[in-house]
Each structure stands twice: as C-alpha cells, then as structure tokens.
Design a protein around this ligand. Structure first.
Ligand code: SF4
Length: 343
C-alpha cells in the first residue's frame, strides 16, 4: 500500500491570542521565534515555504501554531486566514490547520473557521482534570475542553488534541483518566503527547527553583506516554508526535532547566511499547526461539536504543535464540511474532 505523504507549512504566532499565561509556557522559546508576526511576513513565509515542498508530497496544509488562533481579534483572524486561503486556492493545497485553546471555540467561531478554509483544528487540552488545569493556570475547565472538541468534530473538521505528561499535581491515575476519556469519549483523529519540561522564563521555572515542582524522570515520562500511545493506538487514534521538536535555540541547562527531555523521546516510547507488547504475547510461554517480523523502518525502534529491547529479552529468557525479520508488508508500528517453546 502506498504511504500517504503529508506536509505542513508552519506559521508561528507565539503567544498571540493567549488570554492566559499557562505556568509551563514560554512559547517564544518553545517555538524558537521571538518576534510578533505581521501579515506581510506571513505572506512571504508561506510563499518561500511553498517553493521547498517536494513533488512527492500528496497533501499540504498551512498551519498556524504557537498561540491561540481562535482567541485572536476577529479582524486579525480574517486577515491571516485570507493570506493562507489565497495560497490554498492558488496551489490547490489541502487547507488550513490551526492550534488553539478550548475556551475560544464557540459554535459560531468554528463555523467561521470552517467557512474560511480551516480543515483541521488542534486543541491544547493538556489534562482532563480540573485541579490539574487550575494548578497549571490554564483558565479553562475540563467541560470547556470536551465541549469544544465535540463541537469541532460535529462541524466535520479534523480534530487533533494535545496533552501533557507531568503537569503539576497530575498523578499517574489522573493522567490515565485523561487518556481513557480521550480514547473512549472524545475520539479525536490524532493526538500529540508532550512531556512537560521546565522552560526558563515560565512560571514553572520559578516553582522548580523554589522546590515546589518536581519534574518527571525520563523513565516515568516514557512509561506514562507508553500507556497513552498504546491506548490511542488500540482506539485507532493516530499519535502524530511525542516530545518536543528539536529546537536549536533550546539548550539544556540554559533554556531547559529540568524535565524528561530526550531528542528521540517518541522513539523511546514506541520502543518501550514494542517490548511490552512482545512480553504480553509471550505470557505463559517459555520460548526457546523467537522471531519478530517487523517493517524495516521500525527495526531500530524494535531493537531499542543500544539494542536495549533485545538485551532485556535475552535477560528475561537467557537461552533464547532471537531473530529480527524485516518485511515491508508489515504495517508501521505493528509486528508479528513466531516462537518455538522450550522442549
Ligand atoms: S494557551 Fe498555549 S500558547 Fe498560550 S500560554 Fe498557554 S500553553 Fe502557551
């Protein structure tokens, strides 16, 4: 089956429209942009980016990220959408995507976005626990988030949700509850999972320095994200990103003060999920030989960093013969195992 190739032209609008400042956010650092965006620069940025889109891409969206688009003044939204939709029409692009907050998505706002060429809305829900939202100073409730998400779906738009791992006051149980509610009730088209990092300039950085916030360890964040990743996969919900994109302007110890940062965070999670799934499939079996059939593009994830998964399997089953079999016919993220039991 041909893999469908999508590309996004990101237009960053750092902090723009945000009626609150969440404790963990220093959006200017996270997006790597520090200037406010004006319409002319948006126009030239899109035009420049279009010339870099390879011919093999099937679908292109122009995406407004980094702020709360639908909370912007209506006139500014109109001007930004007009520029983007000009290029959508001119180049036959798929449409416009934007990220925003749940409390700026009334039914009439959603209709306006849809009429203006928006096809995908990503909502930062972060958590579905009111106490956690309040401690993070999100300024909206769980009900706001669920209602907004369902309205976006009702309008026939593609819905993406962003959640965070390690928010202040968010225990494992509460995080699992958030994930379960999304998987069972909201059922978005895709999700993004971000481990919470302590970014300089955020209120969280002050809390961290005063000893009032303790970040997750990398292992804890991977384990919680693995739960979410598997749960969403089982529910048929795409997980399009885990972990922040690598931003050259973010330096550990300078811009990021703490938290479970890893440049390949998503791969660590997928790798841990593969291992867990294999162990589940081998439950009650003492295997003498194990063959894992996998898409070649997933081989390094199956093996794990420094072959960690294979080493753990060998430790658990000391005499096992292990084979990794590559097969392009296997769907990405899936595998098949064959084993022979100890005689
Ligand atoms: S709503 Fe988003 S962009 Fe705005 S302050 Fe909160 S996290 Fe940052």
């Amino acid at each position: 089956m041909k893999e469908f190739k999508e590309k996004v032209i990101p237009v960053f609008i750092p902090f723009m429209g945000c009626p609150h400042k969440c404790v963990f956010c220093n959006q200017r650092k996270i997006t790597g942009y520090s200037k406010e965006v004006d319409i002319d620069s948006v126009d030239s940025h899109i035009l420049r980016s279009l010339s870099t889109i390879p011919a093999w891409v099937d679908r292109v969206e122009i995406a407004f990220y980094g702020g709360s688009f639908s909370c912007l003044p209506q006139a500014l939204q109109e001007r930004l959408l007009l520029v983007a939709s000009k290029y959508v029409k001119m180049h036959g692009l798929w449409g416009i995507r934007l990220s925003t907050r749940p409390d700026c998505l009334s039914r009439s706002e959603i209709e306006f976005l849809k009429d203006s060429g928006v096809v995908t809305v990503e909502i930062g829900v972060q958590s579905l626990n009111d106490a956690v939202l309040s401690r993070s100073k999100r300024g909206h409730t769980v009900k706001d988030a669920i209602d907004a998400a369902l309205r976006v779906k009702d309008a026939g738009l593609v819905l993406g949700l962003q959640i965070m791992v390690g928010l202040p006051g968010d225990t494992g149980n509460e995080f699992h509850y958030t994930v379960d509610l999304i998987a069972d009730k909201i059922k978005p088209d895709f999700v993004r999972i971000y481990p919470l990092l302590v970014v300089r300039g955020s209120e969280l950085a002050d809390m961290y320095e005063r000893g009032e916030y303790e970040p997750l360890t990398l292992d804890e964040a991977v384990s919680l994200s693995k739960y979410a990743y598997r749960r969403f996969q089982d529910a048929g919900i795409g997980v399009v990103r885990m972990g922040l994109q690598d931003i050259p302007t973010m330096r550990w110890g300078v811009d990021i003060l703490g938290g479970p940062y890893h440049p390949s965070f998503g791969e660590l999670v997928k790798s841990a999920a593969f291992y867990e799934q294999i162990i589940e499939e081998l439950k009650g079996v003492n295997p003498a030989e194990l063959s894992v059939v996998i898409n070649p593009k997933d081989e390094s994830i199956l093996r794990g960093q420094h072959n960690l998964n294979l080493l753990r399997l060998k430790k658990k089953y000391p005499n096992i013969r292990l084979n990794v079999v590559k097969d392009e016919g296997i769907q990405r993220g899936k595998f098949i195992i064959h084993y022979k039991k100890v005689a």
